[in-house]
Write a protein that binds this ligand. Structure first.
Ligand code: AMP
Length: 281
């Protein structure tokens, strides 16, 4: 497996791969890999000859006071895991190589970020869209794979790729969960054993909504209320949002009379967790 840190070297590598007719699949990550990331790498292997995984904790998507400094890192372990899942190249730039002195160019969407996570993290999607654009220009992929775990992010990337005419196919991968239902996340490592147990309230709330919709409940307010009850049963769980929305536009829906997405963000202690699911009547 190649390990590349310079953007110029990555671009030359991508040019050579393309000149040789090889298809480049790309999986951007912030590292501290888990089975969710590995499932995206395996999906990448189905589409590309070169499977490039980036590992970069992107400072522009963290607000002051968020967990940039403490974000978990394990580079050598990540390389082994990525290689085991089929990655052919790791791209791991230094911060100064992506954001040098005088850096001032950002990519911002005008509508999608003004919902869900974008409300409590107002600069987050600007940071994500910017770094993903930069990574696309460096890795030059034909295909890129993103997880549905970050559902709003997936919509933002699809929109950006369409709006800015990136010639890249975006593939969404399903949410990978622990055996007890907790969505895998690098941030789960922050949870104490007690918090880890209480964090199950996110997936439980979503599972209950799925079951209620299957049983014929369609009022979004009723579904959200029932989810809120499960979560607020834990005194150290603080809800950021629980929303049910159109899976394409992210506009809130009142009635689940077709496919809808339910998403939530909850702080367990000091750790902010997100999760979502498809509601199918
Ligand atoms: P991150 O390293 O958290 O920035 O995530 C990198 C990619 O992995 C993003 O496309 C995420 O949506 C995806 N991802 C994170 N957790 C999961 C999960 N549990 N299941 C599937 N994909 C995931």
């Amino acid at each position: 497996m190649n390990i590349i840190s310079s953007p110029k070297d990555m671009q030359s590598f991508a040019d050579q791969a393309r000149a040789g007719g090889r298809v480049i699949a790309f999986i951007p990550t912030m590292g501290y890999l888990h089975d969710g990331h590995l499932s995206l790498i395996r999906e990448g292997c189905r589409h590309g000859d070169e499977v490039v995984v980036s590992i970069f904790v992107n400072p522009t998507q963290f607000a002051p006071g968020e967990d940039l400094a403490s974000y978990p890192r394990a580079f050598e372990r990540d390389c082994l895991l990525a290689e085991g899942a089929g990655a052919t190249t790791i791209f791991s730039p230094a911060e100064r190589d992506l954001y040098g002195d005088g850096y001032q160019t950002f990519v911002a969407l005008e509508k999608l970020p003004f919902h869900l996570c974008g409300l409590s993290r107002p600069t987050f999607f600007r940071g994500v869209a910017t770094v993903v654009s930069k990574l696309f220009n460096i890795v030059k992929p034909h295909v890129a794979v993103f997880g549905e775990k970050d559902y709003q992010q997936l919509l933002v990337i699809r929109r950006m790729v369409s709006d800015l005419n990136f010639d890249i196919r975006i593939i969404g991968g399903p949410i990978i969960r622990e055996a007890d239902g907790l969505a895998m996340s690098s941030r789960n490592s922050y949870l104490t054993p007690g918090e880890r147990q209480r964090a199950l309230c996110l997936s439980k709330a979503l599972k209950q909504a799925e079951a209620m919709v299957r049983d014929g409940v369609s009022g979004a307010a009723d579904l959200i209320d029932a989810a809120r009850k499960i979560i607020t049963a834990h005194p150290d769980a603080v809800i950021d949002y629980i929303e049910i929305f159109d899976p394409e536009t992210i506009e809130a829906v009142q009635t689940v009379d077709g496919p809808a997405r339910m998403a939530l963000a909850v702080k367990i202690g000091t750790t902010r967790l997100i999760d979502n699911t498809l509601l199918l009547p």
